[in-house]
Design a protein around this ligand. Structure first.
Ligand SMILES: Cc1cc2nc3c(=O)[nH]c(=O)nc-3n(C[C@H](O)[C@H](O)[C@H](O)COP(=O)(O)O)c2cc1C
Length: 168
């Protein structure tokens, strides 16, 4: 018989110790412009180039992602914390989720891209599937951009910067 799953709060407490990058996923098109801060981002495959993101189905981003069929994963730099705060609904200034709070440039796909991100992947939705409370979007990468910024990191409910080990 299958064992019962761990209690959600114990799962969240342990998973909160995972150090992750922080991305803002942006989408634009007939279903509207939307941005959302996510840590659930992974490379899937290089040939063909695929990435995945996991988005809570309660988020209004889901309707926009489903309708537009296109999204950009903006891996934030250490100095891009304001984007992460705004697109998780907690800006220090301005209205939450407002694109007017920041600088953007237009990507090859027409999507809004974070001006000075660490890296950016412009995608067309290849597939999506539901798992638990979230929808997993797999994106076919149309354009990949390398920036200069050191990445922003999130761990144990705090934004952090990378520090090299001594001697490395
Ligand atoms: C660092 C960080 C990482 C997050 N990662 C995800 C994620 O991977 N997927 C997701 O759906 N929401 C993620 N969120 C939550 C959303 O950005 C956003 O906070 C939420 O949709 C807003 O809902 P609220 O009304 O509960 O504040 C993350 C938030 C933060 C601050």
């Amino acid at each position: 018989m299958a064992k019962p799953p761990v209690a959600p709060q114990d799962f969240v407490a342990a998973m909160g110790l995972a150090a992750t990058g922080v991305s803002v996923v942006t989408t634009d098109g007939p279903s509207g412009r939307f941005g959302l801060t996510v840590s659930a981002v992974s490379s899937v495959s290089a040939e063909p180039p695929l990435v995945l993101i996991c988005v809570n189905r309660k988020s209004p981003a889901v309707a926009a992602l489903d309708g537009n069929g296109t999204f950009a994963v903006n891996l934030l730099g250490a100095d891009n914390r304001a984007y992460a705060e705004n697109f998780s609904g907690r800006p220090r200034e301005g209205k939450p989720f407002d694109f007017g709070n920041h600088a953007w440039r237009e990507g090859e796909t027409g999507l809004p891209l974070v001006d000075d991100a660490t890296a950016i992947f412009e995608c067309e939705t290849h597939d999506s599937l539901d798992a638990g409370t979230h929808r997993i979007y797999i994106g076919r990468v149309i354009a990949a951009h390398k920036g200069e910024a050191e990445p922003l990191v999130y761990c144990n409910r705090a934004f952090r910067r990378i520090v090299n080990h001594e001697g490395n």
